[in-house]
Design a binder for this molecule. Structure first.
Ligand code: ATP
Length: 238
């Protein structure tokens, strides 16, 4: 087995001295979909932001592709090949779909490769191809989520992190997003997915972690966690 693409070691992040991520360790293996399941306020967004360089951890290490990236800026992290699809999508609502996609490639110089990736993204999301000149803010919630994923892919990531892509979407749309995540993974992009929707996350996961009050309390394959009594009661409502 090769080294994991991402390793988080004993990470701590606090807001005004109150820990939100409290000694988290996890690994994302190459070629896999890894997911983190946790309820509201568990620390998922804080953890993702720290890995993406948007928050400085107070302790611990983040290694990506074998390099220590702890404390690097968000731009530097993107340049190394790690891109976050943030919670709430953070699109530019008055800009067109095309221009939103282009902003995802802002760190890239190779125009030919950017054009090729633009075409590739449109093959993942044919609906966006039909709406290239439309304002992003006029898209449906599911289409906006697709645009947020497409924009992140325009940075040509090795590892794509997604923070709650299913939030606010109807079940059929969630299933479409899940299928797209599977396809992106099959095309060679490693995935770290954070979700309150344990059903979606565990179905996709080759490896899954449960995050509670800033700590990892369970881990295993998606199938193993789906069988766990605790997960079934607390996260799957069974
Ligand atoms: P959600 O699903 O609501 O986004 P989450 O699992 O992503 O939840 P975080 O947003 O990371 O959780 O929040 C973890 C803890 O940190 C919560 O107790 C939250 O209230 C607190 N927190 C988050 N952001 C801040 C902030 N900017 N300042 C102070 N406390 C914060």
């Amino acid at each position: 087995m090769t080294d994991p693409v991402l390793v988080v070691e004993d990470l701590y992040i606090a807001y005004d001295g109150v820990p939100a991520v409290d000694g988290v360790s996890l690994a994302v293996e190459r070629g896999q979909i890894t997911t983190i399941v946790g309820s509201n306020g568990a620390g998922k967004t804080t953890l993702m932001k720290a890995v993406a360089g948007l928050l400085k951890p107070t302790g611990g290490r983040i290694r990506f592709g074998g390099d220590d990236i702890t404390g690097l800026s968000a731009d530097q992290v993107v340049l190394r090949g790690l891109t976050l699809v943030p919670e709430g999508r953070r699109l530019f609502p008055t800009m067109s779909v095309r221009d939103n996609l282009r902003t995802g490639a802002y760190t890239r110089k190779d125009e030919a490769a950017v054009r090729a990736d633009f075409e590739k993204v449109l093959t993942y999301f044919p609906i966006l191809k039909e709406r290239l000149e439309q304002q992003a803010g006029s898209l449906s919630g599911g289409q906006q989520q697709m645009l947020a994923v497409g924009r992140a892919l325009m940075a040509a990531p090795k590892l794509l992190m997604l923070d709650e892509p299913s939030i606010g979407l109807a079940p059929t749309v969630v299933e479409t997003i899940a299928e797209i995540i599977r396809t992106i993974s099959a095309n060679g992009v490693d995935i770290l997915l954070v979700e309150q929707n344990a059903h979606m996350a565990l179905e996709l996961a080759e490896k899954a972690y449960v995050l509670e009050n800033g700590e990892i309390t369970l881990s295993g394959s998606g199938a193993e966690l789906m069988e766990s009594d605790k997960v079934r009661e607390a996260y799957l409502g069974l």
